[in-house]
Ligand binder design. Sequence first.
Ligand SMILES: [Zn+2]
Length: 333
Amino acid sequence: MKTLPQTQPAKSSELRAPSAQDLPDYAPVPRSALGPALNEQGFYVGRVERNLYWITDGTYQSAFLTTRDGVVLLDAPPTIGHNIQRAVDQIAAENGVSNKVTHLVYSHHHADHGGASSLFDKSVTRIGHEETRRLLLRDNDPARPAPEETFQDRRTLEIGGERIELAWLGSNHSPDNIYIHLPEHDTLMLIDIVNAGWAPVYICNLTEDVQGYLGAPAKALAYPWKHFIGGHLGRLGTRDDVDLHQRYMADIDASVRKTLPTIDPTPYFQKYGNNMWAAVKGYLDECTDAAAAPVIEKYTGVLAAADVFTASTTFWVMESIRLDLGYASWVHP
Ligand SMILES: [Zn+2]
């Protein structure tokens, strides 16, 4: 599909992939999960509210605010890449305002949301959480220069007469992921927690702190806002999307707690003898599949790709319930 990064495919004679007709089928994507059509260059740019705009390539999202002093960019995903400036140019021309990106706010340190940062090297001031700075200095990727302006818990940006409230409310998806609230635009940007209309991708959207991840939607809903920018897929979110995501995650959590005590690991240890990891894998895979099954059934047709990724997310929630919370853990007598 044309929204994916353009890589040069190997000649078909060199490929080892199975043919398309042998690949598994999944439930259809509900129409409600999809966003507006992309233009010929592979992006869509639209107004969120007043002078706040969002950009998508169908998989990733970024946003920007046009101000009397220039443009404030919120994340720079590399899959959107040079289309970010094209989108800014288009909106600036339509509204007769500056197209110069003067500020770039990092939501968190991950390359898939900030890897086009170095495209704006000439004029931009980078802003982010102090942990984002520490991680970017450590990981030393020239595509993502560390923010020079940092904050610890909260910071209010006043740029060109516009207000942006940044807050770090504890680790979640990553240790440094922040809440970006635009109170005068009725918008909250919180990346990699809730995918509007879709199930999370692998292991709770590749989350490092599952308990922080599970608590993040309630913190998001505690802010007043109408529009939600989640960073992924093709449409903006609403408060109902965040609420639905919360119910989905709560159902996974409840299903794990209900299922875990009912599964007997003994046959796996009998079968695999001294191969401890084979036994552990068999047992935990069975727990995962048993806990995920009712959630997949309930959310197929409600959240896109519930049948694709619920098992992966269930495994990660189960591990957090076991390891962080100590559930179903026992001490040798
Ligand atoms: Zn991330």
